[in-house]
Design a protein around this ligand. Structure first.
Ligand code: PPY
Length: 311
């Protein structure tokens, strides 16, 4: 039964739901709204859902820490797909509310940096309260708990609200990235435009520890697309790093970089290799000389021949 269910950050009417519905297979799945990202991921861990779509990064604020933390801890999960969605907000209110009536505003914390300037200009006195998601904020406005919510315009109808202002976004082209997470299994084959996500724990605190981590990628010509430090929870100054690297774990340069990290770091958690959204193989940056699979194979063959004295 669970194979047919996909969980997502709910309730109905989140951007996450819109992102999920862009996946072709969503049409044949039962889509189950969950109250939080950890709840959506736990539904996958327990087998209640086959996969979950959750927001992980946005172009204005960077990594969504609740998601990074829920993937960093707990039973391992893996990312199988990513979805990019352009985001603009609407200010949703109960019918009849005017801008001058609004004293309290709510939305998901990740929405705040995307509407901060607009709020300062148009609602300078309004108090911000965080909601579990943007649609949950809309639901709370419907219940009368807050005066307005920043959410997708499409959420208005679901919650009996009206969009007082639309197209709100401090940054042009703001995008949010969502990931489809499932239980660990073999990643899909490389497409030529892939991304690999890992979490890396640094060992003993020493000068250059982060540089050593980065060098494992740099010397193999692996480009990084995200690096976000997160506290390990084991005291001030203890951090792990969520890293997105260009390429697939089946690419030799990526595999070798991960082996390098595994040798020097106390813990590395592989979070998956999956196709990059919105990028095709012919748009990927050219490889640095000496970092293709055949370069690695030739070097390994040369080493083996040399070790045998077959020079
Ligand atoms: O999906 C939603 O509606 C969320 O609450 C997560 C989110 C937050 C900010 C921008 C996009 C998605």
């Amino acid at each position: 039964m669970s194979a047919t269910r996909y969980a997502y950050l709910g309730p109905e009417g989140t951007f996450t739901e819109v992102a999920l519905r862009t996946l072709p297979e969503a049409a044949t799945r039962e889509l189950v709204p969950m109250v939080s990202v950890p709840a959506a991921l736990d539904a996958v861990r327990s087998g209640e859902a086959a996969a979950a779509l959750v927001p992980i990064e946005n172009s204005v604020e960077g990594g969504i820490t609740a998601t990074l933390d829920a993937l960093t801890g707990g039973e391992p999960l893996m990312i199988y797909r990513e979805v990019l969605l352009s985001i603009t907000f609407a200010l949703l209110v109960r019918p009849g509310t005017k801008l001058s009536d609004i004293k309290t505003v709510t939305a998901h914390p990740a929405a705040q940096p995307q509407v901060r300037n607009w709020m300062a200009a148009h609602l300078p006195q309004a108090v911000w309260e965080s909601a579990a998601s943007n649609a949950d904020g809309a639901r709370l406005v419907q219940e009368g708990r807050y005066d307005a919510a920043f959410a997708g315009e499409f959420a208005a109808a679901t919650y009996g609200l009206e969009p007082l202002v639309t197209e709100i976004h401090d940054a042009e082209n703001a995008q949010t990235r969502f990931v489809l997470v499932g239980r660990p299994a073999r990643p899909s084959a490389p497409t030529g435009a892939d991304k690999t996500s890992v979490v890396i724990w640094l060992g003993d605190d020493h000068p250059g520890a982060l540089l050593e981590l980065l060098q494992e990628f740099a010397v193999r010509g692996v480009n990084l697309m995200l690096i976000q430090s997160r506290p390990t929870g084991e005291g001030i100054g203890n951090y792990c790093f969520a890293v997105d690297a260009e390429g697939h774990i089946a690419d030799r340069r990526v595999g070798e970089a991960l082996m390098g990290l595994k040798r020097i770091c106390p813990k590395v958690r592989f979070l998956g290799s999956y196709p990059r959204a919105g990028v095709s193989a012919d748009e990927v940056r050219p490889l640095r000389t000496g970092t293709s699979d055949s370069d690695f194979t030739e070097a390994a063959d040369w080493l083996a021949r040399s070790q045998d004295g077959r020079i």
